[in-house]
Design a protein around this ligand. Structure first.
Ligand code: R1P
Length: 263
């Protein structure tokens, strides 16, 4: 199988791979040089198969910097996908909503990102540049492709899903501790709409090697923004989300059904 599309399943979102037909499954520990998944809600395997007739690979379980891996190790699978012939990367994640208008269960298409790790010097492309993958100084102003974003929004509109589909800026913080109230306020003031501990390094490496990227956050909790709140972020709440993406028959990428099961 030579998938053209790779989907990275976020925390608790591994069910995305269940809809693939003709599955072939490889546990990550059987793949040379792959990291091991250590987080609940990340099974740690590659599932190859067909999604509405389109060859796809789903990574059920991603790797995170907070697990102790470097940002370049976290993104190793992206280069494997590139070498396999993948052209489109769909990154999904579970994220906390910073935007006060976002509700739990909303889907946010990622328009852009702010990387606290990257701004602080933890960029996966740090070190000698391997020209076989891309240029030394890749542009990131078009990291999330406008055409894919528009297509996804059109689909959402056709399906009457606009009431829970958003667009916004994803903020990366290193984790594993969740954000403080002051950090949430600061990230929101900087222009962030959602916050999480993944995705951005994968997108940087994907763009470096020319993959087209669509990013999707499922808002699994509202970030705590004031000191009177009794809410406490926790991973159980994050895992309660579920996101299903079905690609339309005969089209290379047209998410024709987004089913969001509200928490
Ligand atoms: C925290 O509950 C975990 O959920 C999110 C955060 O990044 C963190 O890993 O997971 P994904 O980003 O992998 O969806």
């Amino acid at each position: 199988q030579r998938p053209k599309t790779a989907i990275i399943c976020g925390s608790g979102l591994g069910g995305l791979a269940d809809v693939l037909d003709n599955k072939t499954i490889f546990p990550c520990e059987d793949i040379p040089h792959f990291p091991r998944s250590t987080v609940a809600g990340h099974i740690g395997r590659l599932v190859f198969g067909d999604l509405s007739g389109q060859p796809c690979v789903c990574m059920q379980g991603r790797f995170h910097y907070y697990e102790g891996y470097s940002v370049s190790t976290v993104t190793f699978p992206i280069r494997v996908f590139f070498l396999l012939g993948v052209e489109i990367l769909i990154v999904t994640n579970a994220a906390g909503g910073l935007n006060p208008h976002f509700q739990v269960g909303d889907i946010m298409f990622i328009r852009d990102h702010i990387s606290m790790l990257g701004l602080g010097g933890q960029n996966p492309l740090r070190g000698p540049n391997d020209e076989r993958f891309g240029v030394r100084f890749p542009c990131m102003s078009d990291a999330y492709e406008q055409d894919l974003l528009s297509l996804a929004m059109e689909s959402a509109q056709e399906l009457g899903f606009l009431s829970f589909v958003r667009e916004g800026v994803y903020c990366l913080q290193a984790g594993p501790s969740y954000e403080t109230i002051a950090e949430c306020r600061a990230l929101h003031a900087l222009g962030g709409d959602a916050v999480g501990m993944s995705t951005v390094p994968e997108v940087i490496v994907a763009r470096h090697c020319g993959l087209r990227v669509l990013g999707i956050s499922l808002i699994t909790n509202k970030a705590v923004m004031n000191y009177n709140s009794q809410e406490k972020a926790n991973h159980e709440e994050v895992l309660a989300g579920e996101l299903q993406l079905i690609l339309e028959l005969g089209k290379p990428l047209h998410p024709n059904a987004w089913v969001c099961i509200p928490l």
